[in-house]
Design a protein around this ligand. Structure first.
Ligand code: GDP
Length: 189
């Protein structure tokens, strides 16, 4: 087993823990692309809308006895669903708040999503901040340290990711899986 966890589509071994995960962030930061990379290991340069499904699932085998299954919702962060967002994140166990390292406004927007989650979501929610499009380093306007310091202060997991190049995408979701309070939960199987 790799240290970063192992994505599984087939039958999961051991105990299965299931969590609802929501993606939030400004439009076009790459939320759906991160999900597509994680779930299907694909990237589409020309994608315009969501995947079409209400949610997708993906499992990660943390070790031979423990599998985490994420039910992933990426619709909550879209502007047209904005008023419905609380419905999506209220019962979420974990959230990935995404910004685009080439768009200064997107980090500010990410911070406002984090604040909203801290005010309104489950107090035990695990939140990760993802600075996406790390492959576009020549267009970077948000430096790593600024975001990293903010994430540390706010108690968030932090990764710079590229859905396009598949950088840190599996690591992002695996580290969330490892942060979930598995020992306090009854397993589903
Ligand atoms: P969403 O609105 O946040 O779900 O964003 P999308 O996933 O639809 O992505 C918006 C645009 O950014 C699309 O044209 C994607 O191809 C592009 N994109 C997403 N992730 C990356 C990435 O990691 N690198 C680059 N270069 N482009 C990306």
């Amino acid at each position: 087993m790799s240290a970063s966890g192992n994505r599984h589509n087939s039958q999961a071994p051991g105990k299965l823990f299931q969590f609802k995960l929501v993606l939030l962030g400004e439009s076009a930061v790459g939320k759906s692309s991160l999900v597509l990379r994680f779930v299907k290991d694909q990237f589409d340069d020309y994608r315009e809308s969501t995947i079409g499904a209400a949610f997708l699932t993906q499992t990660i085998a943390l070790d031979e006895n423990t599998t985490v299954k994420f039910e992933i919702w990426d619709t909550a962060g879209q502007e047209r669903y904005k008023s419905l967002a609380p419905m999506y994140y209220r019962n979420a166990n974990c959230a990935v708040v995404v910004y685009d390292i080439t768009q200064p406004s997107s980090l500010e927007k990410a911070k406002s999503w984090v604040n909203e989650l801290k005010r309104q979501a489950d107090p035990n929610i695990v939140i990760a901040l993802a600075g996406n499009k790390s492959d576009l380093s020549e267009r970077r306007v948000i430096d790593t340290e600024t975001a990293q310091n903010y994430a540390a202060d706010a108690g968030l997991l932090f990764f710079e990711t590229s859905a396009k190049k598949s950088t840190n995408v599996n690591e992002l979701f695996t580290s969330i899986a490892r942060k979930m309070p598995l020992d306090q939960l009854a397993a589903n199987s």
